[in-house]
Design a binder for this molecule. Structure first.
Ligand code: BTN
Length: 254
């Protein structure tokens, strides 16, 4: 395990991500800690990790549960690379998917930022803006465990990487792989090559061309998902052929 405060960049070959690794045993949330560090002047590229979170934050105000010491809980602080925050969080989900693929898994991405294997979610991404202008991109991956370790209501919907790959995994190696891939995509976004980056998502997109229902702000919308758009939003075409651009909410496959 690298020491606290280590600059990971020389070992990882990253440009921005990993400038400083800040590791905790337990935190309320790595996102909250990253936001606090940003306000205290932390540099872009800082990476915060924890073995467990007491108040892990998920999308849409939900909680993110972990098994202490068996999940990857990490937040990276970055300058927004462009005016589309949805691209950055999509890049983080893509980095997780690509890392899983290198390990032999067959990941899928579900808009906006869920990573699934075998139809069950094993990773999520939550982006939050800081008053200091940096963005906190939180990544949670269920690494070593099995669905039976989770509360009963989650067992059908969530899984762990080790369960899917039938072998235990090194969380630090997974962290480094994700950081390397996200650093590359981040650089592409900064260079204005977001379009090419977003195209890399398409092969993993499990909603594209499927009938879905979207629930956003209490409103239900049904139609065919046409996939991620260049800015990170998604398009749904309803039965009348009208196109709806969606930027938030929960999508369910019909
Ligand atoms: C979701 O799918 O709802 C997003 C989950 C994001 C969870 C990660 S775990 C590390 C970071 N810290 C948090 O409190 N949340 C994110």
């Amino acid at each position: 395990m690298p020491e606290d405060g280590t600059d990971l960049r020389p070992a990882l070959g990253t440009r921005v991500l990993g400038v400083r690794l800040v590791q905790y045993e337990a935190l309320d949330s790595t996102n909250l800690e990253a936001l606090r560090l940003a306000e205290a002047g932390a540099e872009a590229g800082t990476v915060v990790t924890a073995q467990t979170q007491i108040r892990g934050r998920g999308r849409l105000g939900r909680r993110w549960l972990d098994l202490p010491g068996r999940c990857l809980l990490m937040t990276v602080l970055v300058e927004p690379p462009d005016e589309h925050p949805g691209r950055l969080t999509a890049a983080a989900a893509l980095a997780v998917a690509e890392a899983i693929e290198t390990l032999g898994g067959a990941p899928q991405l579900k808009w906006p930022n869920d990573v699934l294997v075998g139809g069950r979610k094993l990773a999520g991404v939550l982006g939050e803006g800081s008053r200091a202008g940096l963005m906190a991109v939180g990544i949670g991956v269920n690494v070593n465990g099995s669905p039976e370790d989770l509360p009963r209501e989650l067992q059908q919907r969530a899984t762990f990487l080790s369960h899917e790959l039938a072998r235990p995994l090194d969380r630090d190696a997974l962290r480094d792989e994700i950081l390397q891939r996200l650093d590359e995509s981040y650089d592409a976004l900064k260079r204005g090559e977001g379009r090419a980056m977003m195209q890399r998502i398409t092969p993993y997109d499990c909603l594209r061309g499927r009938r879905v229902e979207l629930l956003v702000d209490g409103v239900r919308l049904r139609g065919e998902a046409t996939g991620w758009r260049r800015d990170g939003s998604m398009e749904i075409r309803d039965a009348e052929g009208h196109s709806h651009v969606v930027r938030g909410g929960e999508v369910t496959l019909l």
